[in-house]
Write a protein that binds this ligand. Structure first.
Ligand code: G3H
Ligand code: 13P
Ligand code: ZN
Length: 309
């Protein structure tokens, strides 16, 4: 089965009320761990590449590795640009074989976001590629894709309807309280499901995307800290909330932080327990296994996309 766009997987997710995991990739072990988990679960999956991941690994390397994974897996796999910062980057990915791109115009005002998104949509649709856009601002403190908490802004349902109509985007990322990275909530986790429901009411046929949706799995944080890490007080979106989001109409759930924690925890454990080990395969294999287990748990128990391939 060749690479696919997200069109059919999203249609099924909206009809059957489950979500599809979109996992960030930047090397071979991460790609293999994710795709092997999705294959075992017979689930569709989205592999996504941020601009900085693309810079790190190189476009061609990533494409070739993803193609190899697709050959091996025989499940629906989409390759998606995560947080495309500008038209040029989206164009390069569309021309370079991606089946889906995100243009992240959330840093601009409404009109500018509409204009930029529309420009990407026109270019992408003429080439059979789908486009995710973003309206509203996620809070957060890490990475270059984040904004400060004081700048965060929930998505306005009325604006969302107008935005989708005017841009023709295929899916919409919304802000309902999630944020990127390992520190999402100071107190209790809280998502604005009321806003999600209002948006869904207005945009019944538009797949909704949740960024910043890692659970920050406590066991993985503990493992990192136990073996020499220093990630105190990390907190993410609990599994039950993500499951509910999938049932209430979120079609795509983005996960990067949990994969970083899984990989780092597994590698730290090998280093701590075997200080004399220096064969990279001895720590990258457990890292790949940890990614696989993490993704499999999400697909099966949280996103409920097993056997939806
Ligand atoms: O949402 C952002 C992703 O976690 C990618 O982060 O820009 O550090 O690759 P990155
Ligand atoms: P997390 O940092 O919660 O994993 O979010 C990743 C993401 O939204 C990628 O776009
Ligand atoms: Zn994101």
């Amino acid at each position: 089965m060749p690479l696919v766009t997200t069109k059919e997987m999203f249609e099924r997710s909206m009809k059957e009320h489950f979500a599809i995991g979109a996992f960030n990739v930047n090397n071979m072990e991460i790609i293999q761990g994710i795709v092997r988990a999705a294959k075992e679960e017979n689930s569709p999956v989205i592999l996504q590449v941020s601009a900085s991941a693309r810079k790190y690994a190189g476009h061609n390397y990533l494409m070739k590795m993803v193609e190899a994974a697709v050959d091996e897996a025989n499940i629906p796999i989409a390759i998606h640009l995560d947080h495309g910062p500008d038209f040029e980057t989206c164009k390069e990915c569309i021309d370079g074989g991606f089946t889906s791109v995100m243009i992240d115009g959330s840093k601009y005002g409404f009109e500018e976001n509409v204009a930029l998104t529309k420009k990407v949509v026109d270019y992408a649709h003429a080439r059979g590629v789908v486009v995710e856009a973003e309206l509203g601002k996620l809070a957060g403190i890490e990475d270059d894709v984040n904004v400060s908490s004081s700048d965060a802004k929930f998505t306005d349902p009325e604006q969302a309807e107008e935005f989708v109509k005017r841009t023709g985007c295929d899916s919409l990322a919304i802000a309902i309280g999630t944020s990127h990275g390992a520190y999402k909530f100071k107190g209790e986790a809280n998502l604005r499901f009321d806003i999600l429901l209002k948006i869904k009411e207005k945009l019944q046929n538009t797949p909704i995307v949740l960024h910043g949706a890692s659970t920050v799995i406590p066991e993985l944080v503990t493992m990192c800290n136990q073996y020499g890490g220093n990630i105190p007080g990390a907190k993410g979106v609990p599994d039950e909330m993500l499951k509910k989001a999938g049932q209430l109409g979120v079609s795509k759930i983005n996960v990067d932080t949990d994969l970083r924690l899984a990989m780092t925890g597994a590698i730290r454990k090998v280093f701590a327990e075997n200080p004399s080990e220096f064969d990279p395969r001895k720590y990258l294999n457990p890292a790949r296994e940890a990614i696989k287990e993490t993704v499999q748990h999400k697909i099966r128990d949280v996103f409920c996309s097993s056997n939806k391939a």
